[in-house]
Design a binder for this molecule. Structure first.
Ligand SMILES: Cc1cc2nc3c(=O)[nH]c(=O)nc-3n(C[C@H](O)[C@H](O)[C@H](O)COP(=O)(O)OP(=O)(O)OC[C@H]3O[C@@H](n4cnc5c(N)ncnc54)[C@H](O)[C@@H]3O)c2cc1C
Length: 321
């Protein structure tokens, strides 16, 4: 499938744009699940000023979405109409600052942030070793692991809003809670300042290695997956509820519930986005029936289904019990 090409209109409105605009870009190629349709426009800004210029001149008629490294995203088969922003090189700077602080562009992979902090003797960010996303995704999702999360180490973030205005948001304004933030969804994070505590680089690098080994042993990190599918309900583990509902290894089309960690869904090779979303909804329905708990998606589902196809809970209703 493909969308009408918006590039001529965008170029006409924005003669001074420096970033890259591409039309009908397959998001399956740049997201972990490797499924889903195209972005009508994929915009890669040259830097923060270019992003602000783009947003200030973008017609309000076009929907706007932003993606990071696609490690927490399920893109639907009908793709994403309007503009998808993806930050690149212009947002990949890292700078160590006094007071065990480190500033990173929103496109920096969390792994690189953890490594740079370790090498600078900044402890407290080693948990990012296990999160395969970018700084931007971590700011939106309040990414966390091993008992720590983004809000424990964040000082402030910068973001560009839909009108092109640049904001500096102190931690409190981010309103970060378990795997979500409170900043409007059309704010695009461009940079963040983190603080840790002074530490010995060798000790921090060892801690990172332990994080990596734990991941390797307990999660299907080499598969096409979106990480934890559902949030842990207060006081409960999503994976246990899924296991108790008999869903470990459950398969629909090319999608399956991981045997290793049953809160992970896997594209086993030829899954469609609909297979994966349906499997998630069937798991939710079975957990609801078994325990009364209504699991909430942690994975962000983006875009439209193929024409006329259902999404969300309707997918489970159409599936034989
Ligand atoms: C194997 C595996 C293990 C994982 N383990 C963990 C874990 O331990 N802890 C954890 O928290 N998560 C984990 N995840 C999920 C995922 O890595 C995190 O949610 C991560 O923060 C997503 O970052 P991303 O750059 O991939 O964002 P994407 O998946 O591309 O996007 C996720 C959300 O962030 C938004 N977003 C991305 N960039 C920006 C930006 N610049 N400005 C505004 N919004 C933005 C998107 O719009 C979307 O809503 C795991 C995923 C996988 C595949």
């Amino acid at each position: 499938m493909s969308y009408p090409d918006l590039r001529p209109e965008i170029a006409a409105r924005m003669p001074n744009l420096r970033g890259r605009i591409a039309a009908n870009v397959a998001l399956a190629d740049i997201t972990w699940f490797r499924v889903g349709g195209p972005a009508q426009v994929l915009f890669t800004p040259a830097d923060e000023a270019d992003l602000a210029y783009f947003l200030a001149h973008l017609s309000p008629a076009y929907p706007l979405a932003v993606i990071g490294l696609g490690s927490n995203l399920l893109v639907r088969s009908g793709g994403v109409p309007g503009v998808v922003v993806r930050l690149g090189r212009g947002f990949s700077q890292i700078a160590v600052e006094p007071g065990a602080r480190i500033r990173a562009g929103a496109a920096v992979p969390d792994l690189k942030l953890a490594r740079a902090a370790a090498e600078a003797g900044i402890a407290g960010l080693a948990f990012y070793r296990g999160v395969p996303g970018s700084v931007g995704g971590a700011l939106r999702m309040n990414a966390g692991a091993h008992g720590r999360e983004t809000r424990d180490v964040l000082i402030e973030a910068r973001a560009v809003d839909r009108s092109g205005t640049i904001h500096t948001l102190p931690l409190a304004a981010m309103r970060l809670t378990y795997r979500q933030g409170g900043v409007p969804l059309d704010f695009i994070f461009s940079e963040a300042l983190f603080a840790g505590t002074p530490g010995a680089p060798q000790a921090i690098l060892r801690e990172m290695e332990e994080v990596a080994q734990y991941r390797e042993a307990t999660q299907p990190i080499r598969e096409r997956t979106g990480g934890s599918t559902f949030k842990n309900p207060p006081g409960l583990s999503a994976w246990k509820l899924i296991d108790e509902a008999g869903c470990r290894g459950l398969r629909i089309g090319g999608a399956k519930v991981s045997q290793l960690h049953c809160n992970f869904l896997i594209n086993d090779g030829d899954a469609t986005a609909e297979d994966i979303e349906r499997l998630g909804e069937v798991v939710r329905a079975r957990v609801r029936a078994a325990s009364g708990v209504n699991l909430q998606w942690e994975i962000i589902r983006l875009g439209l289904p193929t024409d006329g196809r259902p999404v969300g809970e309707a997918l489970a209703e159409a599936y034989p019990p």
